[in-house]
Design a protein around this ligand. Structure first.
Ligand code: KG4
Ligand code: ZN
Length: 410
């Protein structure tokens, strides 16, 4: 690799994102990470409208590329590899990113890699973002190391330099929680995925979004439900949470104003699967019993708090159970719902208490939602694993690459 630079594109849902990532002996450094969110546009529909999302991606993507190149202080000839989210996602939205990446790959004569969106979320954990220092470091790197080698030397030149974080050791157990996925993924090595449990119906982020819609409190649901839950006045002492956790791992509060209690679906099942649609329905039934209370802030905060705690209880208990059976050295959290403060904290507490030898890694908050840097991070590891022949082939991948709405992780 001449400059160890990856340009990546992500358009699987409602965020248009382009990033430039530099891989070096110090780790994966973000030179630029541009995200244009369409939240306001979709909010009035209560969810993402695929064709509207695609139209916005088309409008934004050229500007984002300009911003990213300028922010990183590099030009197209400095880029070594182009990576794009190939799936899963909304086809009209994916098509924009994939077509754009194919065009750049053809025009700039650069290798093109298709990346799985969830693989990207997992690899966000490998970007060692220290928000205070990473960008500064990356500026120093780019000032000293960028050269103008021709693309032919890139294919023959082998790997990216990547410094693995010493605290991320295999096997890894990864709890993936996003708007479309809820999975427990076991990784014995880089890019090897075994799904040992997953949701049988709604993903956890989807459940947050649907609950917010039932309560009429906004979109997207995760941030608004968790903000509302935080306002709930805990009648117990919060510090006592661990001590008052039930035997089965759930945490329920007593003596609340409305006495709301939701189920913890699948908590006592032996497998590592999840189900969140019943929990969402329980919220719906609760509000149907008391429609007049939907204007009462205290009622809403209690529902949000209990709903959030029910999801966190199940996610934490299943992850610990899976870890006890599979003995990972590291537990990772990934996906949009990994921004949830309670999930981040309570999973950390449970690991410390039950699996003290296991490292717990969570992505930087800025990398929890959809972004392109995570796609570049996965691409760096993929590139390193490819043979010379595969790398050579990736130069002409623009001829055949297609997006896949249901791409499988392999
Ligand atoms: O990974 P992501 O950005 O997109 C997908 O790949 O689906 O995840 C988006 C999901 C949404 O459902 C959103 O409501 C949820 O992540 N989310 C949260 C929080 N922030 C975002 N859920 C719970 N708590 C949060 N703080
Ligand atoms: Zn995502």
């Amino acid at each position: 690799m001449s400059n160890n630079l990856i340009l990546s594109i992500e358009t699987s849902c409602d965020d248009t994102a382009i990033s430039i990532l530099k891989s070096s002996a110090q780790g994966l450094a973000i030179l630029a990470s541009e995200v244009s969110s369409q939240i306001k546009l979709h909010a009035k529909w209560g969810g993402v409208v695929p064709n509207l999302a695609a139209r916005e991606h088309v409008k934004n993507i050229d500007h984002l590329l300009d911003f990213a190149l300028r922010e990183a202080g590099v030009s197209p000839e400095h880029i070594d590899v182009i990576a794009v989210t190939q799936g899963p996602g909304l086809i009209p939205a994916l098509l924009v990113g994939v077509s754009y990446a194919k065009t750049l790959s053809y025009l700039w004569e650069k290798p093109l890699l298709g990346i799985h969106h969830i693989e990207g979320h997992i690899y966000a954990n490998f970007i060692s973002v220290n928000p205070k220092s990473q960008i500064l470091n990356s500026k120093q790197i780019r000032n000293t190391e960028i050269t103008n080698k021709k693309e032919s030397s890139i294919v023959q030149n082998s790997k990216f330099k990547i410094q693995n974080s010493p605290s991320i050791k295999f096997p890894i157990l990864c709890l993936v929680v996003s708007g479309g996925h809820t999975q427990l993924v076991l990784m014995k090595d880089h890019l090897q995925y075994e799904i040992i449990g997953q949701t049988l119906d709604d993903a956890v982020g989807e459940a947050f979004d649907k609950v917010a819609r039932i309560l009429g409190i906004g979109y997207p649901g995760g941030p608004v439900v968790s903000a509302m839950a935080e306002k709930f006045q805990d009648p117990n002492d919060k510090c006592q949470k661990e001590k008052t956790r039930n035997q089965n791992g759930s945490y329920r509060m007593q003596d609340t104003k409305y006495g709301i209690q939701f189920p913890r679906p699948m908590l006592n099942k032996k497998n590592y699967d999840f189900s969140f649609s019943g929990l969402k329905t329980a919220v719906l039934y609760e509000t149907k019993k008391h429609p007049e209370l939907l204007k009462d802030k205290k009622y809403l905060t209690e529902i949000c708090h209990e709903f959030q705690q029910a999801t966190v209880d199940v996610l934490v208990a299943k992850t610990i159970k899976a870890a006890e059976a599979h003995q990972p050295k590291t537990i990772l959290l990934a996906g949009g719902v990994s921004a949830n403060k309670e999930l981040r904290a309570q999973l950390g507490e449970a690991i410390k208490k039950n699996l003290s030898e296991v490292s717990y890694i969570i992505p930087a908050l800025s990398l929890t939602g959809d972004n392109a840097a995570m796609i570049a991070a996965a691409a760096a590891f993929r590139w390193n694993k490819m043979s010379d022949a595969q790398r050579k082939k990736s130069i002409s991948a623009w001829k055949t690459m297609q997006p896949h709405a249901n791409l499988k992780m392999k």
